[in-house]
Design a protein around this ligand. Sequence first.
Ligand code: ACO
Length: 427
Amino acid sequence: MSHTCRIELDGTSYDFPVVEGTENELAIDISKLRDTTGYITLDDGYGNTGSCKSAITYIDGDAGILRYRGIPIETLAEHSSFIEAAWLVIFGKLQTPADRDRFSDLLTENSAMPLSMRKHFDAFPPNAHPMAILSAMINTLSVHEPQADTHNEAAMEVVAARLLSKVRTIAAASYKSSIDQAIMHPRYDLKYVDNFLHMMFSQPYHEYHPTPEVSRALNLFLLLHADHEQNCSTSTVRMVASSQANMYASCAAGVCALWGPLHGGANVAVIEMLEEIKRRDIPVKEYVRKVKDKEDGVKLMGFGHRVYKNFDPRSKILREAAEKVLAQTGGDPLLDIAYELADAALNDDYFIERKLYPNVDFYSGMILRAIGIPTNMFTVMFAIGRMPGWIANWKEIHDDPKSRIYRPRQIYIGDTDGQWVPRDQRG
Ligand code: ACO
């Protein structure tokens, strides 16, 4: 049903079309607002702004629903793998057996880094943050492949496989460099997750073999991070893509946006918070009080979300997965603190009134710790997981003939009459 929204401004009425999504979400199309009224909208933080139409991921934050290409996250978590979900997210359909074999071969063929790329690693100082290395090295892929062909689906599949495959190799290599160990080559007989674990933990004289539980837990972690509609990093990727920048440059920008503690860096902040509570033996009640009193700006990391005002469905799945993998690897005292914190917060009016629930990061760090991933690699793991979503969003812009450059406006609040003072007369 098409309808309009009537807005009255300075005594004049204007009708704007209302756009309806396939899940009955409603939006007022204000693309002609400035032309017809002279006004713009102001929505600091974009909490009420739909920046695009997209067919990739659907979230209902009030009902705690997340679907990739219409398929519930719970179904994918139970039956699928990261790579199958990645292909679904990017290409919008489930793989046939032939698609699966072809894509698997492409991932294998593209897993190694060219020798010239490996030389870049020598230039990073040993303590370089892996997110800085990851972003720089993804950008470097555009130097090694300036003419990446994305003109049809087959060509796009090759470039997507190259990025998905190389990002894992780069991530593992950045870790090996940071601990001054030999960079391990990918193996051609291992699947995506096991190959990554091999490059992270094998040594030239010692082959690492993950248990099925560890392998499955990491697969699940990556799958649950594969896309999350217009979050900060994905919006960044779309912003860069809208200028027709290549896929590598756009995704490198996504890595930078993910780095911050309010976004991908929150999984690190959660572990640091739990470690601090343990190290200083802070009673959970006391910590919750500090959070509620906003003492020193302390937040309960891993809690709250711009969109979910109910349980984050990924957090539920990860809590169970963390329990399973920790049962196998021997437990973690931080998980007990996490449970205690979650119980205290979920029963406290401050959190109830503000609809603050555990988000994906609250339990994801537990899984990564159980696998043996060091804390400074947590956000890199998020980036590997989110790569399919960034690629899919880049592709959505690239494939849209009507796509325009993203260029928001602003309300200027600065000086209106700045005076130039010659340098020698300034106090
Ligand atoms: N701990 C304590 N209070 C919180 C928290 C929290 N984690 N999150 C929000 N609040 C409070 C705010 O102080 C504010 O209180 P007020 O109404 O008294 O001023 C109220 O809840 C609303 O919060 P906003 O900051 O307006 O929420 P916003 O949507 O801007 O922020 C965000 C969402 C960034 C996720 C926030 O909840 C947060 O900082 N959480 C901790 C960091 C985190 O876990 N980030 C991961 C997000 S998920 C992801 O990126 C994968």
